[in-house]
Write a protein that binds this ligand. Structure first.
Ligand SMILES: [Zn+2]
Length: 183
């Protein structure tokens, strides 16, 4: 179940002293980064809000991305660029007659590369994990997100951030500490 917490857009959020994923009491400052980006009305400027939530040692341990994982992610990124070049190249040589075919096949190819890379990275990072640790990693990865936010405007001073937490205890504590409301 998801608990939504709405707060003002604060420059600094007060963090509960518990783990965001399993509400173990020994959550500490460094942990899970959640972020959200949005463009302004002209699309020229993008604001990004990043908040670091506390994790306990167990949860922090299963959430690391290994060196190999980072390397694979980089490879996946190169793969996406290569796929774009390939499709563009095929288009230029008239190998594909229908432009729609190349757009659709390009999109499918790129999506497959991204999904494949993410799966592979997860598998590599979870090598040697016990089933309990695999479950925990899943829990950590979806325990919190920023649903939406609004910066204080020029004409109105209204700002807000809406968080989504999977753990109701953490959500309540976070809400209290930051003068938020459960929505
Ligand atoms: Zn934890």
């Amino acid at each position: 179940m998801t608990t939504k917490v709405k707060t003002l857009y604060l420059s600094r959020f007060n963090m509960p002293t518990m783990c965001a994923a399993c509400h173990s009491p020994n959550g500490y400052g460094k942990g899970l980064k959640v972020s959200s980006s949005k463009s302004n009305w002209s699309g020229k400027e993008t604001a990004t809000l990043t908040v670091e939530l506390p994790l306990c040692e167990e949860c922090a341990k299963v959430n690391v991305v290994s060196g190999t994982g980072k390397f694979l992610k980089a490879l996946g990124f190169i793969g996406v660029i290569a796929a774009c070049l390939l499709i563009a190249g095929l288009n230029a040589t008239d190998a594909i007659k229908n432009p729609l075919v190349s757009i659709v096949s390009g999109a499918v190819l790129i999506t497959a590369i991204i999904i494949g890379t993410n799966k592979l990275v997860n598998e590599v990072d979870m090598k040697g994990f016990t089933p309990e640790q695999r479950e925990r990693r899943k829990k950590v990865q979806k325990c919190a997100k920023i649903q939406s936010f609004k910066l204080p405007g020029v004409f109105d001073n209204q700002s807000f951030v809406v968080f989504e937490f999977q753990d109701p205890l953490f959500a309540m504590e976070f809400s209290t500490l930051n003068m938020g409301t459960i929505v």
